[in-house]
Design a protein around this ligand. Sequence first.
Ligand code: RTP
Ligand code: MG
Length: 148
Amino acid sequence: MEKTFLMVKPDGVQRNLIGEIVSRFEKKGFRLAGAKLMQVSNELAEEHYGEHKERPFFGELVEFITSGPVFAMVWEGENVISTARNMMGKTNPSEAAPSTIRGDYGVTVGKNIIHGSDSPESAEREINLFFDEKELVSYEKVDTTWIY
Ligand code: RTP
Ligand code: MG
């Protein structure tokens, strides 16, 4: 099953949006495979955003992502990588459509609430960067007869 790495950024945690964001992916029908509240180190931030090393906003990006706790998650499901990106909305919240996470809650590009992997390669890289294999749980949701 396809997996993606999603992370509520420090602004989303400060604004009490963890539950709202988890809820959207749960209701959509995806399955949570792992999650943790954590402080990102400088080293991890620079590795995670390595593709943007030469960009003028790199310093700010690393400073922001390390400024407070983040909520790191692994979600799985059919086409979860691209579907999650659609549910997040465009990078700049001012261009993100209403009903997307960034469209509903974000204002500025530097504080856009959530990160999501943009390809199968980045999903694999980012999941391995943030999670040990033993932190991920594999299970099925089949038997719902005991829910009243
Ligand atoms: P992310 O990696 O965080 O999920 O965001 P993304 O794919 O939508 O956007 P990306 O191009 O990977 O950029 C990473 C993050 O850098 C910040 N950014 N700032 N000041 C700027 O012009 C600028 N451009 C990008 C954003 O916070 C973006 O999420
Ligand atoms: Mg990106």
